[in-house]
Design a protein around this ligand. Structure first.
Ligand code: TIU
Length: 224
């Protein structure tokens, strides 16, 4: 895969597609479907649906091009030993992390709610990163997996824009990765936080990275 320019804000950016990875953050049933963690926090989960089709488009393109694909999942061990008490002890006790719900125990690894939505389900050869925090680098093998493959650019998608996407981009930027967030492939329970979450990344000359679109990525890959 060649070097190419991709339209982005605050400015177009040169990318070596052969040294890029598609990172899809937490497109899990727990965040997108009724009865999961997102709903337990009092959110309207239907707001996240908008990101699904754009994610499907870039995932198909990345697969066709042989780009390294990474899926992340936020969640905890069944004994909650990797969950800080302060993270658990929030909200309604009946709906906390580890409590039983219609998709199994909320935000627990191995439960149906913790799994990735069927539309974006990983295939063989793709890396699935289980993360205990909001950022995908914290307490995970992501950084070493990227460095082993000589990856320098991350195309970042997923939910939610201002929480796990933003945290991951900040972590990735500090580790020297060029982070390009595909705005239409991200979503939030709060439309204004989605807008500001993207604005914070691209402000100040791209303080944390770049903001682009699924369409621009497809064009850069020669697909549109
Ligand atoms: N609550 C919320 O907006 N997000 C999270 O708790 N996790 C992720 O963003 N994945």
């Amino acid at each position: 895969m060649p070097q190419t320019m991709i339209e982005a804000e605050p400015a177009k950016v040169k990318v070596d597609l052969g040294r890029s990875a598609l990172v899809i953050i937490d497109m899990q049933r727990d965040f997108l479907e009724l009865g999961g963690f997102g709903a337990a926090l009092g959110n309207d989960v239907s707001r996240l649906k908008a990101a699904v089709a754009p994610c499907q488009a870039v995932l198909a393109a990345a697969r066709a091009a042989g780009m390294f694909v990474i899926h992340t999942r936020e969640g905890h061990l069944p004994d909650l030993s990797d969950a800080p008490p302060l993270k658990i002890e929030r909200g309604d006790p009946r709906l906390r992390i580890g409590a039983p719900g219609p998709m199994g125990r909320i935000l627990i690894r191995g439960e149906p709610g913790h799994d990735i939505i069927p539309e974006l389900y990983p295939v063989a050869g793709e890396l699935v990163i289980d993360k205990p925090g909001k950022g995908a680098f914290y307490h995970t093998e992501l950084e070493s997996a990227l460095k082993r493959r000589n990856v320098e650019t991350l195309f970042v998608c997923g939910v939610t824009t201002e929480v796990c996407v933003n945290t991951t981009v900040r972590e990735g930027n500090d580790r020297g990765f060029r982070c390009i967030v595909l705005g239409d492939c991200c979503a939030s329970y709060f439309p204004e936080f989605h807008t500001m979450g993207l604005a914070m990344i691209k402000a100040q000359g791209g303080i944390f990275g770049w903001v682009s679109t699924s369409q621009a990525m497809l064009v850069a890959m020669g697909l549109h």
